[in-house]
Write a protein that binds this ligand. Structure first.
Ligand code: GLC
Length: 639
């Protein structure tokens, strides 16, 4: 395939057009010499992407300057831009990153336009969501379910997963959150959620279908911190949206034509209006998995992708008022995206943060400009893992220690550092804690330990090696010991136990969706099967996941792949659960694929630095009254 070269006017001429889409489009039209000979449909799609890319390009130019400031990038006369260009050859919009260089006359030379062929099978002949977000031909769910050809749950799941694919300009870009024909109000379940797409993406990767994942990664990158505001306030640079929707809108100046646009939601439309802190972290984790699975490292090496990684890291590593190395977030900033008392330093965010830091470290290209960022990253990895392993860990021994804590200790070497009053130990925990096993608590704040067991945080602490090997085994021991509560009739409880009565009223704000043992408040979420599977495989205990998958298989297809189950035992389909929830389907598929090929779990697993292993084991086994120091570390981490 050939390439096109484009000559851009200088930034100073381009930027004044920022607020006017038409001049912007016009200016971009004149900027790019694009291939001709495309059919009218292709031309329309191209027009769209130009519009999107035009505004993105200008915004990105502006963003890049602040990156230079933070990072100390210095490229002399060279300007960095995440320039997205389009080639409709093959009808695929491909964004291209690059360094735009001045030619000495104030003109910026754009990088070459990259082109690639799409693999044809992913087009929506197989059925799925067309560019307007509507379900397209290729068979409806009912047809699919009724088909005699479906001879196994797995086949059915694959059909449903393919039917959930969302198309943008004719090409797959993600999967819809739920495709429930029985529910007339779609709310935002007709969108592509970043976190929901992760198991879909992993399933496609494990099946060797890489294009949809690459397309998802690159398109969501374009949406990163798009100018969305709430009450005149914009989210921080680097924030990835919670979800996006493909909208079909009339083409500017042409009533008879329409175009596709990507409309991201950073939480400003979401119930609760919370920024999704987990989105960017999952994006980094998926990016690494894509490279490891496909062997195609060119995506992570791209300049715009490297910039995207750095922007996420900078947002997470930015200094604030916090004294702890854990990431400080508001309530509902992750999978549990409603008020559930998980503000502060919830475990799930910390586990994803740690994992994303390690994944990013593997992918960041060594260059002078990133040395400060990598130093900050290394420091945070050490401090974060020490903090979580030491202060979030709980088992019988630790519980007994807390039970006997002295309080009001003023000193640098206090044992009860966070001034936890022993009365906080909830009565349920005294009974519940098994003699063999332990877990990481849900949250730690001054004078407060949230003792609830949160599944995703614990499972991902195993996967990412945030927990030590001993702790990881102990968590699986606890899962086995508490099987009848955590798995029961449907894997896997999102958290245990549920808030009830006055506690529920105060903590959830009397949320009728989060009533005890429902939804986020102790509901059972089949999607968690895949994280459980990765964790079990990593610890060489796949039989635990196999057992859970067998339990799910008894009902999940018959129940039409619900989003979640209610009651203590997970016996009922959730009160307001969607059916045909994509991540329930994809989570099941990922579990099956990984159990059949356990080595593939390595695309998600982070292995620990050997230096840290020895340093931490000596620290953790030390007398708690001993003053903490870092002498055990061979390597010094200096900010
Ligand atoms: C609910 C879940 C959230 C998920 C979304 C789409 O809001 O809490 O984690 O991403 O639905 O499935």
């Amino acid at each position: 395939m050939g390439t096109s070269e484009a000559v851009l006017p200088s930034l100073s001429t381009a930027v004044p057009h920022l607020s006017h889409s038409k001049p912007c489009l016009n200016s971009l039209n004149s900027m790019l010499h694009l291939k001709s000979g495309i059919n009218s449909r292709r031309k329309r799609a191209l027009g769209y992407m130009r519009l999107l890319n035009c505004s993105r390009m200008l915004r990105n130019c502006r963003r890049v300057y602040s990156i230079q400031g933070i990072d100390g990038f210095s490229h002399g006369k060279t300007k960095i831009s995440r320039l997205e260009s389009v080639s409709c050859k093959g009808q695929q919009a491909e964004s291209v990153s690059g360094i735009t260089a001045e030619d000495g006359h104030g003109t910026i030379i754009a990088p070459k336009i990259k082109e690639f062929e799409m693999v044809e099978p992913m087009r929506h002949e197989k059925g799925g969501f067309a560019s307007n977000g509507k379900f397209a031909a290729g068979g409806t769910i009912n047809d699919t379910l009724g088909k005699a050809s479906i001879d196994s749950i797995e086949d059915e799941a694959w059909n449903l997963l393919r039917e959930s694919i969302v198309f943008y300009c004719g090409y797959p870009i993600g999967t819809i959150a739920a495709n429930d024909p029985s529910n007339s109000s779609s709310l935002n379940y007709d969108q592509v959620f970043i976190r929901d797409f992760i198991p879909s993406g992993i399933a496609f990767l494990l099946k060797g279908e890489y294009d949809i994942v690459r397309s998802f990664i690159l398109h969501t990158l374009q949406l990163q911190s798009w100018e969305k505001t709430m009450d005149c306030h914009s989210p921080g640079q680097g924030l990835m949206p919670a979800s996006f929707k493909v909208r079909t809108v009339p083409l500017d100046g042409d009533d008879s034509a329409t175009e596709d646009v990507l409309d991201p939601d950073f939480g400003e439309a979401a119930i609760g209006r919370v920024a999704p802190v987990d989105s960017g972290l999952w994006w980094i984790i998926l990016l690494r998995a894509y490279g490891k699975c496909s062997g195609d490292l060119s995506v992570q090496e791209r300049f715009d992708v490297q910039t995207g990684i750095k922007m996420i890291l900078k947002l997470c590593l930015a200094d604030g008022f916090d004294m702890f190395p854990t990431l400080l977030v508001t309530d509902g900033s992750c999978m549990i995206d409603r008020r559930m008392g998980i503000h502060g330093h919830p475990l799930e965010i910390q586990a994803l943060f740690y994992s994303a830091l390690l994944c990013a470290r593997e992918m960041l290209a060594p260059e002078d400009g990133s040395s400060a960022l990598i130093r900050a990253l290394n420091n945070r990895v050490v401090a974060l893992s020490f903090h979580i392993r030491e202060y979030y860990w709980i088992d019988m021994r630790k519980l007994n220690e807390i039970y006997r804590y002295k309080t009001e200790e003023y000193s640098y070497d206090a044992v009860n550092k966070f001034n936890i009053y022993p009365d906080q130990i909830p009565p349920w925990l005294v009974e519940w804690m098994p003699s063999k096993g332990g877990y990481l608590i849900g949250n730690l704040q001054p004078a407060h330990m949230d003792f609830r067991f949160f599944s995703l945080g614990n499972l991902w602490s195993i996967v990412s090696s945030l927990a030590t090997t001993d702790q990881s085994h102990a968590m699986l021991d606890l899962i086995e010991a508490k099987w009848s509560e955590l798995v029961a009739d449907m894997p896997f409880k999102i958290c245990y136990p549920a808030f009830e009565g006055q506690e529920w009223r105060i903590t959830t704000g009397s949320d009728p969706k989060n009533t005890p043992w429902s939804y986020h408040n102790g509901g059972s979420w089949p999607t968690l099967l895949w994280q459980l599977t990765v964790a079990c495989i990593k610890m060489n205990r796949p039989e635990i996941a196999e057992k859970a998958v067998k339990i799910a298989e008894k009902r999940i297809s018959r129940d039409k792949w619900p989003e979640y189950y209610d009651t203590k035992q997970g016996r009922f389909i959730g009160k307001q659960a969607r059916l045909f929830q994509t991540w329930s389907i994809a989570g099941y598929l990922v579990s099956k694929l990984l159990l059949a090929n356990p080595d593939a779990a390595n695309i998600l697993v982070n292995r620990e630095d050997s230096d840290l292993v020895s340093a931490f084991s000596s620290m953790l086994s030390a007398n708690p009254r001993r003053k903490r120091d870092w002498k055990g570390l061979k390597q010094k981490f200096i900010v």
